[in-house]
Write a protein that binds this ligand. Sequence first.
Ligand code: IPM
Ligand code: MG
Length: 363
Amino acid sequence: MNFQIAILEGDGVGPEIVKEAVLLLQQIGEQYGHSFEFNYGKIGGIALDEVGNPLPEETIDLCKNSDAVLLGAVGGPKWDQEPPNRRPETGLLKIRKELELFANIRPVKVYEPLIETSPLKEDVIKGADFVIVRELTGGIYFGTPRERKVTDNGLEVIDTLVYKESEIERILIEAFELANQRNKKLTSVDKANVLESSRVWREVANRISVQYPEVELQHMLVDNAAMQLIKNPTQFDVIVTENMFGDILSDEASVITGSIGLLPSASLGVGPSLYEPIHGSAPDIAGQNVANPLATLSSVALMLRYSLGLHKEAQDIEEAIDEVLQKGFKTKDIAKQTEPSLTTTEMGEKVRNTLASKKMIVN
Ligand code: IPM
Ligand code: MG
């Protein structure tokens, strides 16, 4: 099979980690007989610097005409003073909206060999394995009006949280489907004791749950969910929530695994899907060849599984990552101070070499 992959490296550590992902895909191609064509597009601060727009039209077209999109990360202090429409993050939000990537899937899984890396106790996190399904194209991220007003009583600022019932429905269906394929437990997180949007969210969840009698639906308030994630993360199977709650809870959840450098994500919509690590551009370590590429390599596995239907290949990548960690190889973010660590390129190479040792099963 021949696949067209859009590559958006972005800013900070983006180019370094994406490079390892492209090398991994090339190897998958050679090892399993697929061909990948990589088409590079600009996004974020670099796009702003080079063409004056954090998401040029060209990049949107490129993504729309691809089988899947791989993204590094965007943003950095250099652009912090830019007005909202010129911020790198605006490019990211816009590509999510343009591709209608309403379902952001963020799997959180503890790797046994890294249990000690987490600041949480081993007996609390051991076995934690859940997925956060975050609504990605609605809510307070996109609602209007969004403005500053100078009033007689000083500055007044407005952000608006809007959801259409249809938007709530489609993300919940996605989450019920996923829960149905997993351990059949769905936790819907909201703030229904305060927010009207959350009350509708709950109603919709209850209504859809009738169609999924095998999935156990539980509602949880977001403040409690924040606590439960740290106190007892193994209780969760699939968590579904609105855009901003999902943003916050997924960073929190990464602490369970020991490093945000490990967590991949898939953003699914109506057309091509987008894959990116959940971490940011980490400008403080950019260009030093120390960033952890594993979140991006895991994102490649998700791409193979969800967009390209290459299930064996996806599983082999995940197993290769497991094996590399099992052997004790670590990048700086997951190594103890006294332990040696691998560079970004060395970690990428370890995963590829481990993958190479997997025997291809020809059906
Ligand atoms: C994420 C990031 C983005 C978000 C930022 C960079 C706009 O934090 O993907 O979680 O808030 O969605
Ligand atoms: Mg975030």
